[in-house]
Design a protein around this ligand. Structure first.
Ligand SMILES: Nc1nc2c(ncn2[C@@H]2O[C@H](COP(=O)(O)OP(=O)(O)OP(=O)(O)O)[C@@H](O)[C@H]2O)c(=O)[nH]1
Ligand SMILES: [Zn+2]
Length: 352
């Protein structure tokens, strides 16, 4: 019956539910994101049974909570563990001010599939990966999912289709077109800027650029994104041909709100990688497969890739796009971005 939502559609609804503060059901658990949970919903959830807080191993390590499970920890919520307590565990903003939140007791043994799925859903909703979980029978009215199929769906690649395109003269290249692509799983749209008329049978000068509101739009000095974007477009304009894929993966996939949390931690002295880890994320949560899919949709199978990130080269090659050349994209250093660039070179393997 085509009027019943598919798994991808149900997951997309569940994402919206979590962002609004509404719990969802995953397997045998009712679960809600701590970040958006209201006091009223917390107290109604507590009435259902003993709550457990699922955290990623990254966040648990910062909190010195024992990690018995693969990639995550299940913290037993004490009777006096109120919303303030839960939020302090979810959000590292106050870690340095109030370092001792424990001792934290974590569960070992038992099923962790539902917890794993809940954390994956929180990340895909760009919320802090801290999920309150309570064993519960099905609750009518709540979006309901099963962990295994849901995890497989989240790891799979969404199909992406062109929606609209138009000529868009740019300062750096008057002969340009902007193409909009939409994934079929309710995820965000991505853009391709095609400069000139690049022949489809030759490697095309290409940039895979992840969104950076602060750098691209505001001209932030903390990163190299804005100058990279402009210098890629300028090079394509000068050569008369190129493709810039603008992927809406703000903050290496954690979203702008979490990126600002990461910046706040960086102001406390942590580097860009440590900040992501303290928040409970991996240092890079982007799915680069989308770049290969867009290139194929545009008719390209070989590129000259403008990047300093060897992972982008490896990913495109792995997805069957030939990278005939890596074109370095070095931009000036300043006193605000120099540590960030050093960390990318030292910890993330960037060739700077
Ligand atoms: N989480 C997080 N994201 C950041 C930070 N600084 C910049 N970003 C994001 O990092 C991403 C950088 O994207 P790109 O420039 O396409 O990729 P890259 O991995 O630096 O590789 P290059 O192709 O060499 O530029 C953007 O999504 C930015 O929003 C930070 O301190 N923390
Ligand atoms: Zn940036």
């Amino acid at each position: 019956m085509s009027l019943i939502p598919t798994l991808a559609e149900t997951i997309s609804r569940a994402r919206a539910d979590l962002r609004m503060g509404l719990p969802v059901v995953i397997g045998n658990h009712v679960t809600a994101a701590v970040e958006t949970l209201s006091p009223a919903r917390l107290s109604d959830m507590r009435a259902l049974g003993q709550p457990v807080l699922a955290l990623t191993a990254r966040r648990a390590e910062t909190l010195k909570a024992r990690v018995y499970d693969d990639g995550l920890a299940r913290v037993i919520v004490p009777t006096d563990g109120d919303l303030g307590w839960l939020r302090a565990l979810a959000d590292p903003a106050g870690d340095l001010m109030t370092p001792m939140k424990g001792p934290l007791k974590t569960l070992r043994d038992g099923e962790i599939e539902d917890h794993k799925a809940a954390l994956a859903l929180a990340k895909s909703a760009q919320l802090l990966p801290a999920m309150l979980m309570i064993a519960s029978p099905p609750l009518p009215g709540l979006t309901t999912l099963t962990a295994g199929p849901m995890l497989a769906q989240l790891a799979s690649e969404a199909a992406i289709a062109p929606v609209a395109a138009a000529r868009l003269p740019l300062l750096s290249a008057e002969r340009s077109r902007l193409h909009i692509f939409r994934p079929d799983d309710g995820g965000t749209e991505h853009y391709a800027i095609e400069i000139g008329d690049p022949p489809r049978d030759q490697p095309v000068l290409t940039r895979l650029h992840s969104a950076c509101f602060t750098g691209d739009v505001l001209g932030s000095l903390k990163c190299d994104c804005g100058p990279q974007l402009q210098s890629a477009l300028t090079a394509m304009g000068q050569q008369g041909a190129g493709v810039l894929l603008y992927l809406n993966q703000e903050g290496r996939g954690i979203g702008l709100a979490n990126k600002m949390r990461a910046y706040d931690l960086q102001n406390q002295g942590f580097d860009t990688v440590e900040a992501n880890h303290r928040l409970g994320f991996e240092d890079d949560e982007r799915d680069f497969r989308i770049g290969a899919a867009l290139l194929r949709r545009l008719g390209f199978d070989a590129v000259r890739l403008m990047t300093n990130n060897p992972r982008k080269v490896a990913m495109l090659e792995g997805q069957g796009i030939k990278v005939s050349e890596r074109v370095p994209l070095i931009t000036p250093r300043n006193r605000f971005n120099t540590d960030y660039l050093d960390t990318k070179a030292l910890k993330s393997g960037h060739l700077l």
